[in-house]
Design a protein around this ligand. Sequence first.
Ligand SMILES: [Fe+2]
Length: 244
Amino acid sequence: MQTRPMIDLHCHILPGMDDGSPDVETSLAMLRRQAEQGIGAVCVTPHYYADQNSISTFCERRATALEKLRAALPDGNLPEMIPAAEVAFFSGISERGGLERLCIRDTKTLMLEMPFTEWNDFQIEEVSALVLDRGLHVVLVHPERFCGSKNNVWRLKELAELPVAFQVNAGTLIRWRTRKLGLKLLQETQYPLLGSDCHNLTTRPPNLAEGRGVVARKLGEAFLMKMDQSAAGLIGPAAEKVVP
Ligand SMILES: [Fe+2]
């Protein structure tokens, strides 16, 4: 029986906000599926692209979508929704004001999507500055998707030392072809995290419970507990204590 709080850190569940849920009905169905899996809270993480929206415009759009969805919520136990963002890396990010508004609600936890290219020194320095100069708790989302090059694999090892949290997608663990890589990355970081990165009900559905099952079987219940503790700290007031 699940007794620890289950958190899905990465969901594209807000209606009409990005390439995730297109409408309120789909969002509600996704939330119901998460509730069936025993998930108590979800971070809503629409994509943030600096060249498309200002931070203010993005936050206004996110608040409107969240309000629309909350207004349609039926009575009953659906997961709590916590505003956040999946922030695409951009040049100059470490000096951009107002990044805290993109962090998971009331924390300094920034979900960061690195570029789908070969990473260079400059980009790694920017991530370092976010952590060491800005004092943000950086969560690299789906690091497994950047491991196509040896250079990035090596740089991920560097980033893990900072420290930076790695959030692996549940689907990576579920698919046997990518499972080994996902498990390796979870063991490489001091702050292993899991998210569904769900976008819809079909091709990228809410699948956190299945991914957690793989962690429990392959890495053990104690490891899963460590992941839950990391996640709880990163979304709550205790975040300061979890990631130095
Ligand atoms: Fe995502």
